[in-house]
Write a protein that binds this ligand. Structure first.
Ligand code: 9B3
Ligand code: ZN
Ligand code: ZN
Length: 417
């Protein structure tokens, strides 16, 4: 804990600030770029506008300056989280050895090393259903493994793709991929929905798309979003992998400035993580029917397009699917998810994986933003993992079952002689 000149104790905090005037908007944009703060919401200062909540991580050493500045311009703020460091400590503690802990492996967050062990063990323990496929490597040369879940060898089987952890600080996302694999292996044959899904399609799961960034959030900076690649002529590190795909690349909603959180990279697919995923999807595009990318936070079920305000060709079909998923979540868990096309629901943003997969021909393409809506933001406590994952699982099931139904080969009518 630091002591400031005025003797007040300060520590890192998350502030919620709602600017009321254009002047306040400008001040806030400035604060979020000039001090060592990290913008949680919106993702870039560009999107800060009047009457819309801004969530800002303020480190102890900037706290005084930032609060003074807000006060001088009569900008009111609320402390959203007064103890992020405690939460971070709680989430990174290796409590698997703590006998008091009653949570399971899947109700905790795991380091990258743990996740690699888990991938290995999951494959070894389920040799008939799980295969780990190496699809490429990260900038820092970490392997990218996809788990292929396949329970039978039916000919012409279709598939679903799920990736997690494209953004490093969104920890609930990799937790969901682990949850999904565990659930599938545990409840195949006992839960009707997952049995129906797996009988009819294989599932490819990439638990951590951005391993370098994820590792960095465990060791150095919990708020890191991008990958860790180094660009020419700048000290700033990292490309936003969800702006690096070839879908209206680097137009409005992304930035060609390496020091921003939404840096699009030097060219489309410039990053080795993006290349690995794009190459795998290109090769398997004829069998993959569903593309799913898991993010947090803000509770939204999104589909293309994000990179343009134009509607996708099957917009109403996609809309009905996420609507049904959101209604089911509401009924079962009394929790609200917003839904719609990305551009109309959150913001216009180019270069995203879902839009790119959609244009490749994967017509059921989605991005989920999981819990919460800002209470804990990226620091969702481990005790919330099971609820967050079960909600998302319900949405995945709803969509996969719908696609199964829609694309089932019509049964051959009985021959009449
Ligand atoms: C952004 C894009 Cl570019 C997309 N195609 N789909 C969803 C999003 C939202 C995520 C992002 O990358 O900003 C939320 Se963290
Ligand atoms: Zn994200
Ligand atoms: Zn997000």
């Amino acid at each position: 804990m630091l002591k400031t000149a005025h003797g007040t104790e300060t520590q890192d905090q998350i502030l919620s600030i709602t600017p009321k005037t254009q002047e306040q908007v400008d001040i806030l944009k400035n604060v979020s770029t000039q001090y060592e703060t990290a913008l949680w919401q919106p993702v870039s200062p560009h999107y800060i506008k009047e009457e819309t909540q801004v969530h800002l991580f303020v480190p102890a050493n900037s706290s005084e300056t930032v609060k003074d500045l807000l006060q001088r311009h009569a900008i009111t703020h609320e402390v959203l989280l007064a103890n992020p460091n405690e939460l971070i400590e709680m989430q990174t503690r290796n409590d698997s050895t703590d006998p008091r802990s009653s949570s399971t492996y899947y109700e905790r967050y795991h380091s990258l090393e743990d996740i690699y062990f888990w991938i290995n063990r999951t494959q070894q323990d389920n040799p008939d259903k799980v295969k780990a496929i190496l699809i490429g490597s990260s900038y820092e040369k970490r392997p990218l493994y996809v788990l292929k879940l396949s329970v039978n060898n039916r000919p012409n089987k279709k598939a679903m793709w799920i990736d997690c952890g494209i953004h490093a600080r969104e920890w609930i996302s990799p937790a969901f991929c682990l949850w999904f694999v565990h659930y599938s292996l545990s409840f195949y044959k006992s839960n009707q929905d997952i049995t129906n899904i797996l009988d009819n399609m294989d599932v490819y799961v990439l638990p951590v798309l951005n391993p370098d960034g994820y590792h960095y959030t465990w060791t150095t900076n919990r708020m890191w979003r991008k990958n860790r690649s180094i660009s020419r002529n700048t000290k700033c590190i990292g490309v936003d992998l969800n702006r690096n795909f070839d879908a209206n690349w680097c137009t409005e909603g992304a930035s060609d400035e390496p020091c921003t959180e939404i840096y699009c990279g030097a060219f489309p697919e410039s990053e080795s993580e993006t290349q690995a995923v794009a190459n795998f999807l290109r090769i398997h595009k004829d069998i993959i029917q569903i593309y799913l990318s898991i993010h947090s936070y803000s509770q939204m079920l999104l589909f293309p397009y994000s990179c343009t305000l134009e509607e996708a060709e099957n917009h109403s079909e996609l809309f009905e699917m996420v609507q049904e998923a959101a209604q089911k979540i509401k009924r079962h868990y009394r929790n609200s998810y917003r839904y719609g096309s990305g551009a109309k629901t959150i913001y216009l943003a180019p270069g995203g994986s879902d839009d790119w997969a959609y244009n490749l021909g994967i017509k059921y393409s989605f991005t989920f933003e999981l819990q919460d809506r800002g209470r804990y933001g990226f620091l969702l406590p481990p005790s919330h993992i099971s609820r967050a994952c079960n909600e998302a699982l319900l949405a995945v099931k709803t969509i996969a079952l719908k696609v199964n139904e829609k694309t089932k080969a019509p049964t051959t009518p009985a021959q009449t002689i």
